[in-house]
Design a protein around this ligand. Structure first.
Ligand SMILES: [Zn+2]
Length: 371
């Protein structure tokens, strides 16, 4: 246009409009820094315990001591995965691509998201999932579930590597859901209320007539052997039946399921038709009272428990704190010294009397819980 001179090219990244290498470098690094800032902030803004936030930070820095990472540091070590035999056990392998992790993610991810989920590189994968506010189930955010899930996948990997321990997929998912829901609940509680636990006096109490009460539990040795135990008492707190079962090599979760199964069976055979059941594992309660999430090696046992529950009797299953389940805990531990198999106790075995008396007299134990 007349009076404004000819159009000229200006470099917008410098004040004078002329191009310099320094201004180009600053512009580029600003861009890179911006992207990084976004990834880091999604870690620090993640709504969960600090210990998991630090873990997420380590994952993003690729600092997990995976076998691939250790061998990269020139420590002579075979870098293949001990669980699936894959050649390179790196961070993404442990948390996503390993057979064990894949089974976990396949059981929870909608089909249309799988391809994208398994395609992303580590940074994109983390940022995509940590900013994804979709729901898992009714009211749990995906980003909370994801953070807790990868933290536990690393924990389970270590437990397998160093102690030979394994978990089935349904238990893993249930545990992550329970923990993530609890973390989400705490993070949405008004400020200042988060750490306000209150002392609660926990004790066993007898059921009202005509109910009987079954308490069951599982126990495990460090060597991998596990056992279960349980007892049935009436409305006066009097002994009806008890049992212990040495199962042999299995996880404590499997043992707890066996305890519940045997306890229900014995109650039914004793003609009890009004039964309250108490277990101290939320996980067990969740798995036997909700529809089957996925099929795995535990499914037949869970199905047998559900079949027993659905017989024509009145049955209520509750979670109790372990302070109200000491008698069952004693029997489960007691059974570890028995030969393999089920052992019935028509009368209380020696050693349990003190626990029974505590329960009869309502002796309580303090526990700090959220109000
Ligand atoms: Zn693997």
């Amino acid at each position: 246009m007349e009076g404004y001179g000819e159009d000229q090219i200006f470099w917008s990244e410098s004040k004078k409009g002329n191009f310099t290498v320094k201004s180009a470098y600053d512009a580029l690094s600003k861009e890179i820094k911006g992207e990084d800032d976004q990834i880091w902030s999604c870690v620090w803004r993640w709504n969960g315990p600090q210990i998991i936030r630090v873990f997420l930070w380590l994952v993003l820095h690729n600092r997990l001591k995976t076998k691939a990472e250790i061998s990269r540091r020139h420590v002579h070590l075979d870098s293949s995965c001990d669980r699936c035999g894959d050649g390179d056990e790196n961070t993404l392998h442990v948390l996503r691509d390993c057979m064990v992790a894949r089974r976990f993610w396949y059981a929870i991810l909608p089909i249309h998201q799988r391809q994208y989920f398994f395609f992303l590189n580590l940074k994109d994968w983390m940022s995509y999932n940590l900013t994804n506010a979709d729901q898992v189930g009714s009211d749990l955010s995906w980003n909370i579930f994801f953070g807790v899930a990868i933290w536990r996948l690393w924990f389970w990997r270590n437990k397998f590597l160093f102690h030979g321990m394994t978990w089935d997929c349904a238990t893993m998912i249930s545990e992550v859901k329970i923990k993530a829901t609890e973390f989400q609940r705490i993070s949405t509680t008004p400020m200042g209320m988060n750490n306000r636990r209150v002392a609660k006096w926990i004790c066993w109490s007898p059921p009202f007539w005509p109910w009987c009460k079954l308490n069951t539990d599982g126990a495990a040795k460090k060597t991998g052997e596990a056992s279960a135990g349980g007892l049935i008492r009436d409305h006066n707190g009097a002994w009806v039946a008890g049992f212990g079962m040495n199962i042999g090599s299995c996880s404590v979760t499997v043992a707890e399921f066996w305890g519940l199964y045997q306890g229900l069976n014995i109650a039914w055979q004793n003609g009890i038709r009004w039964l309250q059941v108490e277990v101290d594992s939320i996980c067990i309660l969740h798995l036997v009272t909700t529809p089957m999430i996925t099929t795995n090696e535990l499914s037949p046992l869970i199905k047998s428990i559900k079949d027993l529950i659905s017989r024509s009797w009145r049955i209520i299953i509750n979670h109790v704190y372990r302070e109200a389940n000491f008698a069952a805990d004693f029997l489960a531990n007691h059974a570890l010294s028995f030969p393999l198999g089920l052992h019935l106790f028509p009368n209380p075995p020696p050693g349990i009397i003190a626990y029974l008396q505590h329960d009869m007299y309502g002796v309580g134990y303090p526990r700090f819980v959220f109000p």
